[in-house]
Design a protein around this ligand. Sequence first.
Ligand code: NAD
Length: 269
Amino acid sequence: MEQKLKGQTAIVTGASSGIGAGVAKSLASAGATVIVNHPVPATKSAADAVVDEIVCEGGTAISCQCDVSKEDEVKKMFADVVAAHGTVDILVNNAGLQRDAPFTEMTLEQWNYVLSVNLTGQFLCAREAIREFIRRGIVPERSVAAGKIICMSSVHEVIPWGGHANYAASKGGIMLMMKSIAQEFAPKKIRINSICPGAIQTPINRGAWGTPEELKSLLTLIPYDRIGQPEDIGKAAVWLASDESDYITGASIFIDGGMTLYPGFSTNG
Ligand code: NAD
């Protein structure tokens, strides 16, 4: 792959599996030094396996434990990365999870947990990244922008999702947080965008593709008639992090095989 991100350092949160692992590999093959974030000691071996894969392919990566919902841990992760690598050029705010329940049975713990990782985690990481981008300013040899943030949102920032109100609320929240900070920091040449995946084949949604019947039912929601793969998101993340997308900020980019095209209306509705 062309080394569009050569010399740049990227933090990818929640990168020990699924989309985050795919994005980490894509950014590394585009030349970035990638910090493969994972949340707890139990996820270290999976994060190290992603690092090993990147290094075997000739890339540069290290793993870093940090729970993105904890302010002190996020501050430490950014301080450690700046101390070791000089700065951070790219943040991919990817960590996310689901704790599903019918609304009347949803506990406050389920509500708070999903919001704390999916939305507060993105706030904490974006705030540290932007502080660093402003401190460092533009380095023209690396990028015409002072920094780039990619927020992993979802088609559920616009598609309501019964039984998943906490998750949909977190993704709707990401949309307006992303657009608000994109507006606030565009004059500082910081670009902030979201990727909104449809159904991507990862552990988070195994229940939607784990059996042939589940996959067949899922495909009725996808006009392009295939489930997405982490590489579909990784390729777009490289482009959004590179100067090729320099005039794009505040955008939600849907990568969903047409899931947001209201497939139920493809004939007479
Ligand atoms: P996944 O479960 O494989 O990945 C989620 C990652 O987040 C895991 O590696 C997990 O360890 C990490 N994580 C959880 N809590 C964390 C914390 N507190 N701090 C740091 N990391 C933490 O699932 P995925 O599908 O790869 O999901 C990645 C992102 O993509 C999520 O934000 C998810 O909402 C979003 N997304 C996924 C799909 C899909 O179809 N797979 C669709 C739309 C959006």
